[in-house]
Design a protein around this ligand. Structure first.
Ligand code: ZN
Length: 111
């Protein structure tokens, strides 16, 4: 389950988490209309967050991949929840380590 938030840097507020892109567009439009007369505040942002509330766009590639895997593992137990149980984070790290070991093994076998 994907998670999205809208952030207004003028009001210093962040929207509640929603689960569909259309909902975050509605949230942003409602905020702009109610508090800014329909204008777009400079620096506003909307996007996908991970289960820990971090913006995917601000994560590096490896951290984003780890977060995506950990989100999917955590969603097995609680699809709309926030946070990562330790087992989801550890499972994601194990999957990434196994994939890296597989790549190293294939490269070593090819040489
Ligand atoms: Zn605002």
């Amino acid at each position: 389950m994907r998670r999205y938030r809208y952030r207004c840097p003028v009001c210093l507020t962040t929207s509640p988490t929603v689960h569909h892109p259309a909902e975050i567009a509605d949230e942003a439009a409602g905020h702009r209309q109610a508090l800014h007369g329909g204008h777009h505040p400079d620096g506003e942002s909307a996007g996908e967050i991970d289960g820990l509330g971090r913006w995917y766009a601000s994560l590096g590639p490896l951290a984003a991949l780890h977060a995506r895997i950990a989100d999917n593992l955590a969603d097995i137990k609680d699809p709309k929840g926030m946070g990562h149980p330790w087992s989801a984070s550890a499972g994601a790290a194990l999957i990434l380590a196994a994939a890296a070991a597989l790549v190293v093994g294939v490269i070593a076998a090819a040489l």
